[in-house]
Design a protein around this ligand. Structure first.
Ligand code: FAD
Length: 265
């Protein structure tokens, strides 16, 4: 058995290996457990693949792979499990359109196998997609699905952690409809992720080497935080977010420019 090498990742960077691994895990594992795909579940999958084609800043070979998959999938009304597995295989005749065979977690590597990995990769991927969409110019009426409803559909129909999916669906049902534009979508996902972090901090799912914090910490983005004076509080001070600064930070952190292509070894 291969030894998993501990890689020291830079927490200020995004690793392409994590994004690609989240894509391959979602398509080849989570979407591949159903005897067939049809109806709402198939639509959710089509939206997910379209959003990836549109916004994922992947390497060219991966973008080509997703493009081919999207073309194949779009006209389908039902997809059998065997057809889906076949469609996902890397094909000899398309050497320039491939997805890695196995997930490799770098920024999302846990200190033990039960920690981090895919859920971390999936958050990272969807933050990246909301940021890419907010930084692109095409209009909302372009026919391309919006990232947040697509994420909601993915989580509801495919995410293996059903308890997580229920929590996420509750947050989505409560306020996702209030999101007015793509900048707000970036901030909505950030603030909901922080709610999840707050709920999970100190619980058994928390990797002790990667404690759940309200993110980004001051050390990453000092100007994202400010202290307001509030006379109703005992010490009169309350830590607040400057959401404009947070948005700027997220647009940098999850952008193409901050993706590290190679794994540290
Ligand atoms: P993660 O929370 O996975 O975060 C990944 C990376 O994103 C972090 O390392 C950090 O760099 C960055 N980050 C952290 N916070 C933010 C933020 N607010 N905005 C932007 N980037 C941020 N687990 C449960 O036990 N119960 C649940 O109900 C649950 N619900 C989930 C719902 C969804 C939609 C997803 C994708 C996962 C859910 N999980 C849940 C899993 C859990 O949230 C973590 O993904 C998992 O515990 C791994 O944590 P992590 O330390 O790798 O960091």
């Amino acid at each position: 058995t291969a030894l998993t090498v501990w890689k020291v990742a830079d927490k200020r960077k995004i690793y392409m290996a994590d994004l690609e691994s989240a894509v391959l895990y979602s398509l080849r594992i989570e979407a591949a457990v159903f005897p067939n795909l049809e109806g709402e579940r198939l639509s959710a999958l089509k939206d997910f693949v379209s959003v990836l084609v549109q916004h994922f800043a992947g390497q060219l070979v991966v973008k080509n792979y997703l493009y081919n998959l999207d073309l194949w999938l779009r006209p389908k009304t039902i997809v059998l499990q065997s057809e889906w597995e076949e469609a996902l295989k890397n094909k000899k005749e398309f050497p320039n359109a491939t997805l890695p065979e196995r997930p490799q977690w770098v920024g999302c590597q846990g200190s033990k196998p039960q920690f981090r990995g895919f859920p971390c990769g999936l958050w990272t991927l969807f933050h990246h997609l909301t940021v890419q969409a907010a930084c692109q110019k095409q209009s909302v009426s372009s026919g391309i699905p919006e990232v947040l409803p697509t994420m909601r559909g993915y989580i509801r129909n495919f995410f293996g952690c059903r308890m997580c999916a229920e929590h996420f669906e509750a947050m989505a049902a409560e306020s996702m409809h209030e999101v007015q534009n793509r900048d707000e979508a970036v901030l909505w996902l950030w603030s909901r992720h922080n709610r999840v972090n707050a709920r999970l901090a100190g619980t058994a799912t928390d990797d002790p080497k990667f404690p759940k914090i309200q993110w980004p910490p001051k050390s990453f983005c000092p100007s994202c935080h400010y202290t307001s004076t509030d006379s109703s509080l005992q010490d009169g001070k309350k830590s607040m977010w400057d959401e404009n600064r947070v948005l700027m930070f997220l647009k940098w952190h999850f952008s193409e420019k901050n993706i590290y292509m190679n794994s540290p070894l």
